[in-house]
Design a protein around this ligand. Sequence first.
Ligand code: SF4
Ligand code: SF4
Length: 276
Amino acid sequence: MTNKKVENKYADYALKLKIDCKNCSGLCCVSLYCTKTDGFPANKEAGIPCAHLGSDYGCSIHSKLGEKNYKGCIAYDCFGAGQRATQLCLISGTWKTNPKQAETIFQTFMIVFQLHQMLWYLVEAFELTSDNKLKTTIDELIQENEQIAELLPENDLKTDLSAYRLKVNTVLKQISSTISTNTSAGRHSDRMYLGKNFKKANLDGNDFSMSLMIAANFTGCSLKKTNFLGADIRDANVKDTDLSESIFLTQMQINSAIGNKNTRLPDNLSRPAAWF
Ligand code: SF4
Ligand code: SF4
């Protein structure tokens, strides 16, 4: 990395929050409930391995996911929770080598996923704010996040993240409100922008958090400090678009959008293979 992320004291988290499927036991392909309508190969219950999961815990049709249009598989990103949960539980085996532990392992994965997702936003929030009081609060929340994770898997059943999530959301809202000052896109109270063509608009500083923006067209828009926290941008057109200064984007959002080799991304995100 070459620019702004290097200055962040939490820059190391970029690696920790990146998927590392080789050190995972295919947890997403087993533990999650999947449906064909969400772009997975078949409907399947949580805890049942996908029929395409190989004996090495890898996807046996990985190179064909695009051709088969399995958008759910292509988009999924666990924020690095899969490898961490696998390693945390490895002393007692994997879900396959020790089926008695499978439920505990899946539960650990679900908790770590939520912790890592919140970490992802906290790390970016730390970078975005210059308010020292807020920075201290974020420091404390990151420490608390690590302390919760350290007690897994033993504390699985006792872990209730609702109070912690509330604190994280409060900080993210505070930061969003200081950054998102533009309403040029028109504030839709229902946050519905399905298929909207933004026509090369200047959307700098707009708050699109939690908006439904499936198949929206952002080509040629200016998107500096545009807040995409939790926005659904599946099939949104971001070809030839500069997202490098947009905020609160995740890898899963990017994987689900339609970009190309000219799309610019924030430093903490990777270009999907299909965009080259
Ligand atoms: S859970 Fe994460 S690390 Fe594991 S296989 Fe799925 S995406 Fe990869
Ligand atoms: S097709 Fe591959 S990536 Fe998709 S759920 Fe099955 S094993 Fe996982």
